[in-house]
Ligand binder design. Structure first.
Ligand code: SF4
Ligand code: SF4
Length: 139
C-alpha cells in the first residue's frame, strides 16, 4: 500500500505474494564468506542475509527466485518471493497496514499497475483539458 490513498483500492495485493529484490555489492557479498569455494557459497550466504532482512520487515520468504550477477557493476541482485506481510490486516475486506507510520521505504515508494494507470490517465486528462482551454482562448 502506498501514499496515493485516494487511488488505492486497498486490495492488499502488494503486501503478499510479491517479488522483492535487493542488490549487494561484490565486496559486501564476498565479505559474508571467509573462503568461498564457489559462487554457490556466496549465494547461500546472501540468501540467508536477505531472508533475515525481509523477516525483520515482517515478510516471510517463500522462495529465493534467482541471483543476478552483474560483473560490470560488480553487484548481485537477489530476488525473493514473499508470502503475506505480518503487518497486513483486513478490516471490512479493506487492507490495512498495522505498521503504516514505520513501513519500509519500498512500501512507501511502491506504485502498483492500477495506480500507475490511474495517474497516467489523470495526467492525460489534465493535459487534454489544457489543450482545449488553449484552443478556446485562441478562438
Ligand atoms: S497499492 Fe495497489 S495493489 Fe496495493 S493495496 Fe493499493 S490498489 Fe492494491
Ligand atoms: S509493511 Fe505494511 S505496506 Fe508494507 S508490505 Fe507490510 S502491510 Fe504492506
Amino acid at each position: 500500500m502506498d501514499d496515493h490513498n485516494d487511488k488505492c483500492r486497498r486490495c492488499g495485493n502488494c503486501c503478499r505474494g510479491m517479488i522483492w529484490m535487493k542488490s549487494y555489492s561484490y565486496d559486501d557479498a564476498f565479505s559474508l564468506v571467509k573462503k568461498p569455494a564457489s559462487e554457490i557459497d556466496v549465494e547461500i550466504a546472501l540468501a540467508k542475509k536477505y531472508i533475515s532482512y525481509l523477516n525483520s520487515l515482517g515478510l516471510p520468504v517463500e522462495k529465493i527466485k534467482k541471483f543476478e550477477w552483474n560483473n560490470k557493476r560488480k553487484q548481485i541482485i537477489v530476488h525473493a518471493k514473499v508470502g503475506q506481510c505480518a503487518h497486513l490486516l483486513f478490516v471490512n475486506d479493506k487492507a490495512v497496514c498495522r505498521n503504516y507510520e514505520n513501513r519500509p521505504k519500498q512500501c512507501r515508494n511502491y506504485l502498483c499497475k492500477k495506480i500507475r494507470k490511474d495517474i497516467l490517465e489523470e495526467r492525460t486528462r489534465v493535459s487534454e483539458s489544457g489543450q482545449d482551454l488553449t484552443a478556446e482562448a485562441s478562438n
